[in-house]
Design a protein around this ligand. Structure first.
Ligand SMILES: Nc1ncnc2c1ncn2[C@@H]1O[C@H](COP(=O)(O)OP(=O)(O)O)[C@@H](O)[C@H]1O
Ligand SMILES: [Mg+2]
Length: 428
């Protein structure tokens, strides 16, 4: 045990209330991060001990259980089994964040299914822990538990180059990396799509097969067709020969979404501006349709037409209008107020033009919010992801910078039953 570990006082234990936080982690640095989390949240007497699942088991056998358990699973061969055993000792409302070195999607999924709030890869930072908890707060509002059907979000560019690929890729990346969501990202432009490339992934044949032969499709097959950007972000993208004619089978979009819906929190689609049957279908099945526009007069006209089209096709979806490249004089931009006046459309998000974006993203093989995280454009793209994740704050609504957002003080939420009964789903 660390010298500076604070151990739960006798009084607390006698009263039957455990510590707010118990961290059982191998490395001293990570134990310090856990203590920093407690300090940031204003929780007194966190317990941070060396070890992993075994020491958590030992502690909880002898003391009242904590509200939040941060547990290192590297000490056990089979983390799912070990945590299932541990769950026997724990109240259902206990929140569990698992940490480990194993970067395996299957392990992540199984832990989430077990009711663990998150599985974070070591080394873990304070920001990562805070984000996990923020995600947990959100789930408590009834959105996005492990069993929830995925929310489908489609982005369409009002005009070539306006930024659908940038916004779709950035949104998916932020949902996965900043808000800990499981995200499937699909590039429906099978021949000219550049989403895979923008994430430094090599397009594969699986997407075309899935769309041409949907009868073969199941979760396992689609899983193998997906490119893995990271455990939470998987990508379906193709680079089919230009001489080939694509023959998307009737019902293929529905079959693909039905398979993905069960495995992901969000399905984000980069949609080419071709109004084919399958594009119409994906729009119809989307819960959010994002139209990405620049502020040129040419775009104003097409935004109006596309916005009417989207409302007709998807009357019950949320329609988001994202202005991109704002401030880029070379795109024939008019003033934002003027643009809103001529279109009578209110812009939900405004993403500034970032002169270094194309080069920075291409040279790093990642999306704008990752390559240029301090750029105003990155903040605006994070706000789009926050809106889609349902993390709406006054600051997000006014398009301000995520970095400036105060973290919700979640300590007050740690009363009994404050969080979803999360840990005992399987064994209950
Ligand atoms: N806010 C921005 N600032 C500067 N460059 C941008 C911005 N958004 C997108 N780009 C660049 O503009 C180009 C076209 O963007 P892309 O997302 O591919 O558009 P679309 O998918 O609508 O054709 C890309 O090179 C991209 O890096
Ligand atoms: Mg594109």
């Amino acid at each position: 045990m660390d010298n500076n570990t604070t151990v739960t006082t006798e009084t607390e234990v006698a009263q039957g209330s455990g510590p707010r936080l118990l961290a059982c982690v191998a490395e001293p640095e990570t134990r310090q991060v856990a203590r920093d989390l407690a300090a940031a949240q204003g929780w007194r007497n966190p317990v941070a001990i060396e070890g992993g699942v075994a020491s958590a088991h030992d502690y909880i056998t002898k003391h009242a259980p904590p509200n939040l358990l941060i547990v290192d699973v590297d000490d056990v061969e089979d983390p799912v089994k070990a945590l299932t055993d541990l769950a026997e000792l724990c109240p259902p409302e206990m929140t569990v964040i698992a940490l480990g070195k194993r970067n395996e999607l299957t392990l992540y999924r199984e832990l989430i299914e077990l009711g663990v709030t998150d599985y974070l890869l070591k080394p873990v930072t304070l920001a990562m822990l805070e984000r996990s908890l923020r995600g947990d707060n959100k789930r408590q509002l009834g959105q996005g538990s492990a069993k929830t059907q995925a929310h489908v979000v489609s982005f369409v560019s009002v005009r070539g180059g306006a930024g659908a690929t940038t916004v779709a890729g950035s949104t998916a990346w932020c949902l996965a990396h900043l808000y800990q969501k499981r995200v499937a990202l699909i590039d429906l432009d099978l021949q000219f799509g550049n989403l895979a490339l923008s994430l430094d992934l090599v397009p594969a044949a699986g997407l075309r097969e899935a769309l041409e032969f949907p009868s073969r499709l199941d979760s396992r097959l689609l899983g193998t067709a997906m490119l893995e950007e990271s455990p939470r972000l998987r990508v379906l993208a193709a680079e089919e020969p230009l001489v080939d004619q694509m023959h998307v089978a009737p019902g293929a979009i529905d079959t693909m979404l039905n398979v993905l819906r069960n495995d992901y929190d969000f399905v984000v689609v980069d949609t080419p501006r071709v109004l084919s049957e399958e594009i119409r279908r994906i729009l119809t099945l989307s819960a959010t349709v994002g139209l990405v526009t620049d502020l040129s007069l040419a775009s104003a006209r097409d935004l109006l037409r596309l916005s009417d089209f989207a409302k007709t096709m998807t009357p019950s979806a949320r329609h988001l209008i994202v202005a991109n490249h704002v401030g880029a004089k070379h795109r024939g931009e008019i003033a934002k107020a003027e643009f809103e006046r001529v279109t009578a459309v209110k812009l939900d998000h405004v993403v500034p033009f970032e002169p270094t974006a194309a080069l920075a993203t291409a040279s790093t093989g990642t999306v704008l919010p990752a390559a240029l995280k301090h750029a105003p454009a990155a903040a605006a793209l994070r706000a789009v992801a926050m809106r889609i994740a349902g993390i709406e704050t006054a600051a997000a609504k006014s398009n301000s910078v995520l970095a400036k957002l105060p973290l919700p003080k979640i300590a007050a939420g740690f009363s009994r039953g404050a969080f979803l009964p999360s840990f005992l789903k399987r064994s209950a």
